[in-house]
Design a protein around this ligand. Structure first.
Ligand code: SF4
Length: 242
């Protein structure tokens, strides 16, 4: 059984391919800008079996173009790595392409095993500086950065995604430190800049949670391009995702 928050069977947003996305419940971070604060706690979920997921994948096959993509996303799917393992094995037998979308704050033997059945990893790096990372997410970034190194070591393709948040992650020093960390990774296929936005703030209000970024204005295109210019001096395939 896995604990699922919701499922999108025809996800075309943020991705060049049509895919099914399984959003899983529970997260160990508490990002100030979390767009799904309702998934952080281990409550408000539905339990699904391996067969439920396989049937869903099979039913969705006709939507896909050349490849059948399934993404297991967060709020932190790796917290349920052990339960996901038989599902991933079955999906690979059926020739699906499996993606993990993670903040990568957890690593154990189950995760290691799960990666053997994973085609692509989408890795969120929230901040390259440990202290700033803690301010943004309430936890340090050591595990996250070690994960990127581990992916390189096992030769696993990955994309890095980074939220551009004014006052927190848009200064030149931070962006320079970010490319400096990432520039030598050969398995990193692309780096995506995700401009901060406020579309989900209403969820915080509905849950009666205090939203700490009320005064932060989303970056304009000029700020996004400035960040892109800094990063792409040393890294190939930098994209701004809208
Ligand atoms: S890692 Fe994702 S789900 Fe977890 S708190 Fe941050 S934004 Fe929310």
């Amino acid at each position: 059984m896995i604990k699922v928050h919701s499922i999108e069977t025809f996800w075309t947003h943020e991705w060049p391919w049509i895919r099914v996305v399984v959003f899983m419940q529970w997260c160990l971070m508490k990002c100030l800008y979390c767009h799904n604060p309702d998934t952080i706690k281990l409550s408000w979920w539905e339990e699904m079996t391996k067969q439920d997921i396989i049937s869903l994948a099979q039913k969705s096959k006709s939507y896909f173009w050349t490849k059948w993509w399934l993404t297991f996303s967060g709020w932190e799917c790796l917290l349920q790595a052990k339960e996901l393992l038989p599902i991933f094995k079955e999906l690979k037998k059926l020739k699906y392409n499996v993606i993990i979308d993670t903040n990568w704050h957890i690593f154990n033997e189950d995760v290691e095993e799960l990666l053997k059945y994973t085609d692509l990893v989408l890795l969120d790096i929230k901040h390259i500086n440990e202290e700033q990372h803690k301010k943004l997410t309430w936890v340090g970034n050591e595990n996250v950065l070690n994960f990127a190194k581990y992916l390189e070591k096992i030769n696993k393709p990955f994309w890095v995604r980074h939220v551009l948040l004014p006052w927190y992650t848009d200064d030149e020093k931070h962006l320079n430190d970010l490319w400096d960390f990432l520039k030598d990774f050969k398995n990193m296929q692309r780096l995506e800049i995700l401009p901060y936005h406020t579309l989900w703030v209403y969820k915080w209000k509905e849950l009666w949670l205090k939203y700490m970024l009320d005064e932060v204005i989303p970056p304009n295109m000029e700020a996004c391009l400035k960040a892109k210019n800094i990063l792409e001096k040393h890294i190939k395939n930098v994209f701004i995702r809208r």
